[in-house]
Design a protein around this ligand. Sequence first.
Ligand code: ADP
Length: 201
Amino acid sequence: MMMNPATDSEGGVIDMSADGEQRYDAPPRIRGRVFVVRGDITQEHVDAIVNAANTTLLGGGGVDGAIHRAAGPELLAECRTIGGCRTGDAVITRGYRLPAKYVIHTVGPIWRGGNAGEAELLASCYSSSLKLAAEHGVHTLAFPSIGTGAYGYPVSKAAQIAIKAVTDCLQTDPSINEVRFVCFDERTLDAYERALSATGR
Ligand code: ADP
């Protein structure tokens, strides 16, 4: 006899059969909308890419430097007019010479051991960016691994927070069709793939 699988209130399937381990299969509204890829975010053909900026918005190293180099000097000129961004917040600019129409700049927390509100601030980077994206009619969006470079956030913890924050936001926002996590190196890719597969996808 066929048994119907257990479902949660959202229609996500709870699978307890395979190896006794409980897996949570993400609800249909999330399935097919969140992807993890390896690559250079400056090359992504999406409506908006997210930048891991610093509070000055005046450019830095890592992904920020790469985005400014690829977008051209007009990006820095627009950032100067904004006057800064607080940790956990996000601001939006045009994408200039990038394939993406917009750049959403968010500022991750500097890792101080984990007891200084880092997790909430990192989650806020993702939710603030998605809110701004939806307000600007963005349907496809690419994130780098915010906070895990110069700011020192442990990548496996950051990946879990990132995936949860994004999937939570997508539950209530039908306007975002696709979110890509663009990982620059193998270790980051592995952490995000693990975090995504823990949601059952
Ligand atoms: P933060 O200061 O928030 O830690 P970093 O730019 O130092 O930001 O690092 C964030 C992540 O972005 C790191 O995993 C780094 O390897 C990655 N990264 C660097 N350049 C790129 C790029 N061109 N595309 C995607 N990710 C990148």
